[in-house]
Structures are given as structure tokens and as C-alpha cells.
Design a protein around this ligand. Structure first.
Ligand SMILES: NC(=O)c1ccc[n+]([C@@H]2O[C@H](COP(=O)([O-])OP(=O)(O)OC[C@H]3O[C@@H](n4cnc5c(N)ncnc54)[C@H](O)[C@@H]3O)[C@@H](O)[C@H]2O)c1
Ligand SMILES: O=C(O)C(=O)C[C@]1(C(=O)O)C=C[C@@H](O)C=C1
Length: 311
């Protein structure tokens, strides 16, 4: 394909920027990619991996003459990076970000925006528990959602151009209000991560009592928790500090439900537990039937059309 942007600048060469670089190169969506990272070690790793056409020592140099600038740093660092690149941006450039939280990023970045650029915040709903330049891969965004949260004055032509670039990386694009984004992600991503972190912490305490048994006999469910709980501490610290209200709201609801289930177990209320688990199972099956979980095994669907199983 012909390039959507002549020069793309990636700030923060970790999992997401590395994956964007590889996918953009594979698709030809970027004419030229310039990248930078905070530490010399990361820049050197990115050079070894040949992630970009050029790896430069600072963000100011990376954005020079760039048509698209993608901020790929932790949510809490977005404002600082934006203030550094402000004087070096090309007039007409599009600035986007990949932060997992939107309202706070918009609040932190907006004061540093020069008049002559377009800021279109975004968030790819794709990732892993890995971080750093070695963890990127070209297929990360394939068939995943990438949400954009355009602002009231967003130029429609620039918005459709950015959508074209993102689709070239393999993702499906949708627009969302920033506040709604933060509520949805608190439910689908942020609170589940906090629960995984907590569960692994509980098991860690238990391990001190039972020695190595918690790890040795850990079942698949717990192992999935440990994968999530291995996610980058800086990234997740910033997510929780910057999506505080939505996460605290969902966490409150979670705690209430947990107490109800706890009571049902104590009272031996099997009907309540069975009805609850039947509802949650239907949600999982709905996700798979909608084709939203490409990693999931297709539990019995081939044998039973419609996802129903004979029990
Ligand atoms: N990992 C995921 O699953 C995932 C998915 C979607 C979106 N995101 C978002 O993407 C962004 C990047 O995440 P990632 O997983 O690629 O992280 P990463 O740790 O792999 O990479 C982050 C990069 O930012 C740089 N950085 C860290 N702190 C910085 C600072 N204070 N100033 C300047 N640079 C700094 C690091 O050196 C590194 O180059 C985050 O905002 C995160 O919320 C992550
Ligand atoms: O698959 C994972 O490891 C992820 O946690 C990815 C995940 C998610 O919760 O789905 C994590 C944070 C992002 O902002 C987007 C995607």
C-alpha cells in the first residue's frame, strides 16, 4: 500500500511502539519511522532489532518533520513528553497516544498543544504482560479493537486518515467518548488487573505458610492470574492513579457482589451460586460467539451449534 503518513515518530519504544513499528513496516503504512526511548539501553536494543528507520536520542529530534507522532509512554508521562516535543512539531502534524486511560491523558496533554497540530487520543485494546522493545510483534493489533476518543474540534479528514493508518496495522477502529472509555476499561481491563494482582498477592502470603505448594500445584485459573499480575508495574501504577474514580466505583460494586457470593457459600445457597455462574457462563459464550476472543478454544461449539452443551 502507499504510505498513509510520510514520517511517523514513535516516542517510547516498548511493547506497543515496537508492535506499531513492525506492523507499519509490514503494511507500508508509514513512509519512514523515527523512534526514541528514554534510556540508551532501550535505544540500543531498538537499533539491534531494526525497529525503526532511525533511532534518535530524544523526542524533540524524533518528531522533527513527522506527520504523525504517537506517544507510547506510560499514562503518567504523557504530559511531560508533550511539553518536550511542543516546540519541535511540524505544522499540521497529527498527535495521538496509546494510553490505557483517556480523560487524564487529554487533561495532561492539551495544555501543551500548539494551535497548528491535531490531537486525536487513542487506545489499542491489545497487549500482553510483556514490556520493552523485545516484546513487540507485528500481529499484536490483528483483528483487535483500537478506540479513538476524538475531541469536539477534531478535523474529520485527519480523523479518517488516522483511522486508515490504524486499519493498516490490522486493527478495527471505533470512536468513543473519553469518559465512557474510562468507565468501560475500568470494567473490562483495569479492575480485572487489580483483582489478579491481589489474588497473586494472597497466594504469595499463603506460600509462606505452605512453602512451595501454591506454586507447585497451581491450577490453570491461577496461572492465568499470574500472567496478568506479571504486567508492567509502572504502566499499571499509572493506570490506577489516572483512572481513579472509575476503578474505585467498579471496585465498590465488585466488593458488594463478592460479599453476596461469600454469604451464599456460608449459607449453603447452591441455587444462588448456580444461577450466578450460569449467567456469567452465558457472557463468556456471548463473547466467543461474537468472535471477540480469537484465543479462546471453541468449547463444544462444533459439537453443539449455538454454544449449548449437553450436561
Ligand atoms: N502493555 C499493554 O498491554 C498495553 C496495551 C494498550 C495500551 N498500553 C499503553 O501503552 C503505553 C505504553 O505501554 P507499553 O506496554 O508499550 O510499555 P513499555 O514499558 O513496553 O514501554 C514504555 C516506553 O516508555 C518509556 N518511558 C517510561 N517512562 C517514561 C517517562 N517517564 N518518560 C519518557 N519515557 C518513558 C520506556 O522507556 C519505554 O520505552 C502505556 O500508556 C500503556 O497504558 C499498553
Ligand atoms: O492481554 C493482556 O495481557 C492485557 O492485559 C491487554 C490489555 C487488556 O486488559 O486487555 C491491557 C491493557 C491495555 O490498555 C489494553 C489491553
Amino acid at each position: 500500500m502507499s504510505a498513509v503518513y510520510n514520517k511517523v515518530a514513535l516516542i517510547g519504544l516498548g511493547l506497543i511502539a515496537g508492535s506499531i513499528a513492525l506492523a507499519a513496516r509490514e503494511s507500508g503504512a508509514a513512509g519512514r519511522i523515527s523512534g526514541t526511548a528514554r534510556t540508551a539501553k532501550t535505544r540500543s536494543a531498538a537499533r539491534d532489532l531494526q525497529l525503526c528507520d532511525e533511532i534518535v536520542d530524544n523526542a524533540a529530534a524524533a518528531v522533527r518533520n513527522a506527520d504523525l507522532v504517537i506517544l507510547c509512554v506510560p499514562v503518567g508521562a504523557m504530559g511531560k513528553v508533550m511539553s518536550e516535543i511542543k516546540p519541535h512539531l511540524k505544522p499540521g502534524a497529527v498527535i495521538t497516544d496509546v494510553g490505557s486511560v483517556k480523560q487524564e491523558v487529554i487533561a495532561e496533554v492539551s495544555p501543551h498543544l500548539p494551535d497548528h497540530v491535531h490531537f486525536i487520543p487513542g487506545h489499542p485494546l491489545a497487549g500482553t504482560e510483556q514490556s520493552g522493545p523485545y516484546s513487540g510483534f507485528a500481529g499484536l493489533f490483528s483483528n483487535r479493537w483500537w478506540l479513538l476518543t476524538p475531541l469536539p474540534d477534531t478535523d474529520p479528514e485527519e480523523l479518517s486518515r488516522l483511522r486508515r493508518f490504524i486499519r493498516a496495522l490490522g486493527a478495527n477502529v471505533e470512536d468513543m467518548e473519553p469518559a465512557h472509555h474510562d468507565t468501560v476499561l475500568a470494567v473490562t481491563s483495569h479492575t480485572p488487573h487489580l483483582i489478579a494482582y491481589t489474588m497473586v498477592g494472597v497466594a504469595d502470603h499463603l506460600k509462606r505458610v505452605t512453602e512451595s505448594e501454591v506454586i507447585k500445584y497451581s491450577a490453570a485459573g491461577f496461572r492465568d492470574f499470574t500472567r496478568i499480575a506479571a504486567s508492567d508495574p509502572t504502566m499499571w501504577r499509572d493506570v490506577f492513579l489516572n483512572n481513579k474514580d472509575a476503578v474505585l466505583d467498579i471496585l465498590g460494586r465488585f466488593t458488594e457482589e463478592l460479599f453476596v457470593l461469600q454469604r451464599a457459600i456460608r449459607m449453603g445457597d447452591g441455587d444462588h451460586l448456580h444461577e450466578y455462574f450460569t449467567r456469567t457462563r452465558a457472557i463468556r459464550r456471548g463473547i466467543i460467539e461474537a468472535g471477540q476472543d480469537t484465543d479462546a478454544p471453541d468449547f463444544g461449539r462444533s459439537a453443539q451449534p449455538g454454544g449449548k452443551r449437553l450436561d
